[in-house]
Design a protein around this ligand. Structure first.
Ligand code: ADP
Ligand code: MG
Length: 199
């Protein structure tokens, strides 16, 4: 079973990972964006970790909805509302249970990813965070390590794609040949999940 502490540790591990990889995320956002993805998420997840520490919400759903709200309020770029929606919607789908099963979490995360697609209008293959998130939820039934591998593969597979959503889409064909920063950060989020699950 996964409790509030598990989800809090997931957010903290994501904050550490985003902090460590911030320069790389910003470098990826330089040729096909505006070079702020690393700093955007660094600011956002630092605030998330601090808020969770201070308020210590006591259910999985409350941890994720609070984290999502915090991301939306601290990240100005496109990724803030998108990741914020992912976490808020996933948290909402988990309801008020004190503990949830991995299966319940997989169902909730699918709702979260669907909400991101509705909000941003991106589908798989559009060279966005969706290209890491959809393979991850698809693989989650096989465990957290499988989800991590699928997300990493999905992020790498964005390189040859032409962006159809977000800032990178303004470049048209010139977006080809660069790995998408948001798909890369999404793979960090999923890797942090595997890390806290000990897989
Ligand atoms: P901004 O583009 O506003 O500077 P960021 O640099 O923080 O925001 O985030 C860029 C990332 O957000 C992209 O690499 C992409 O993965 C993701 N993204 C942008 N637009 C969308 C969208 N409509 N749907 C899903 N993801 C998107
Ligand atoms: Mg950017």
């Amino acid at each position: 079973m996964l409790d509030a502490d598990f989800f809090r540790r997931w957010m903290t591990a994501t904050a550490v990972s985003v902090d460590r990889e911030a320069e790389r995320l910003t470098a990826l956002d330089s040729p096909i964006g505006d070079a702020d993805h690393g700093s955007n998420l660094q600011r956002g997840f630092t605030a998330v970790a601090a808020t969770l520490e201070k308020e210590s919400p006591d259910t999985p759903g409350a941890v994720l909805t609070l984290a999502g709200r915090r991301l939306i309020s601290t990240v100005g770029g496109a990724s803030g509302p998108l990741y914020g929606t992912l976490l808020r919607r996933t948290g909402k789908a988990l309801g008020e249970a004190g503990e949830v099963t991995e299966e319940q979490f997989a169902v909730a995360l699918r709702e979260g990813v669907d909400a991101v697609m509705t909000l941003g209008g991106a589908a798989p293959g559009d060279k966005t965070m969706i290209d890491a998130l959809v393979p991850a939820v698809d693989a989650l039934g096989a465990g957290f390590a499988a989800a991590r591998a699928a997300a990493e593969e999905g992020a790498l597979a964005t390189t040859p794609l032409q962006a159809r959503k977000g800032r990178a889409s303004y470049l048209g064909e010139r977006s080809i040949g660069h790995q998408d920063p948001g798909a890369t950060s999404a793979s960090l989020l999923v890797a942090a999940l595997a890390e806290v699950a000990g897989e």
